[in-house]
Design a protein around this ligand. Structure first.
Ligand SMILES: Nc1ncnc2c1ncn2[C@@H]1O[C@H](COP(=O)(O)OP(=O)(O)OP(=O)(O)O)[C@@H](O)[C@H]1O
Ligand SMILES: [Mg+2]
Length: 229
């Protein structure tokens, strides 16, 4: 197991220029996610949660400020180096799972390993992960043959197959009923703990927020409260 990564966010700003004005979406945000920690991020719609997750996931570059991953900055790295880092160390889970409809549950979980060049032991690992999320009887099912909660559990397994050091989840339970939300969230927390990954989960679900070790709340591009952790 590779374990987590410490992420230091320093004076991070992200703004968008529109014809006549600048929209400041993240404003001088500073925080640290310690290696192996599990944090929930809440805040009203438009607060900047997804923007922050995109920056942390190296899918976007800040207007100002830096993000250090175990002390390393990628600000001057090429897109190619950034992509290599992202593929090897960062896992994503989104509100809409983005499973590929023509592939089975097992194949969807294996997809990242195929993209990375494929390892023989990956099939066994994928089976094991699908078993851990309770889908050992559904390996050959296509997404359309799975319930919403089951599809999201496949997405959890897919995010974990590469054993990322940093797991970013953007409203992973946004589409699910409260019972299934709790199930998927608990699974995510259990598995990320087991693999000692650094995990940040954005959600509108206050019940889930109260269950986390640490709860960051954002409003208007800034962190307005930081509890636990
Ligand atoms: N490409 C863009 N150009 C201009 N403004 C943008 C762009 N992307 C996002 N924004 C603005 O940034 C703000 C923050 O958006 P973001 O998606 O981070 O919010 P959020 O906290 O994830 O909200 P939600 O809970 O609704 O998902 C919003 O006001 C949005 O309109
Ligand atoms: Mg969002």
């Amino acid at each position: 197991m590779m374990g987590g990564i410490t992420v230091e966010v320093k004076n991070l700003s992200r703004s968008y220029r529109r014809a006549d004005r600048t929209i400041e979406v993240l404003r001088n945000l500073t925080t640290t996610l310690s290696s192996g920690s599990f944090t929930v991020l809440t805040g009203p719609s438009g607060a900047g949660k997804s923007t922050l997750l995109h920056l942390l996931g190296t899918l976007d570059r800040p207007t100002e400020g830096t993000i250090l991953y175990d002390g390393r900055s990628f600000l001057d790295s090429s897109d190619r180096d950034l992509a290599a880092f992202r593929n090897a160390r960062i896992g994503f889970i989104f509100q809409f799972h983005h499973l590929l409809p023509e592939f089975s549950a097992l194949e969807n979980v294996l997809m990242p390993t195929w993209i990375a060049g494929g390892k023989k032991e990956a099939v066994e690992r994928a089976r094991q992960l699908l078993t851990e999320v309770g889908l050992e009887q559904r390996l050959g099912h296509k997404p359309s043959e799975l319930s919403g909660g089951e599809q999201q559990r496949v997405a959890v397994a897919r995010a974990l197959i590469m054993e990322p050091a940093l797991l970013l989840a953007d409203e992973p339970t946004g589409n699910l009923d409260s019972h299934t939300s709790l199930e998927v969230f608990s699974l995510l927390r259990m598995l990320s703990g087991k693999l000692s990954m650094t995990c940040l989960v954005a959600t509108h679900n206050e019940v889930l927020a109260r269950m986390a070790e640490r709860h960051l709340a954002m409003d208007d591009g800034q962190i307005v409260s930081d509890s636990g952790g």
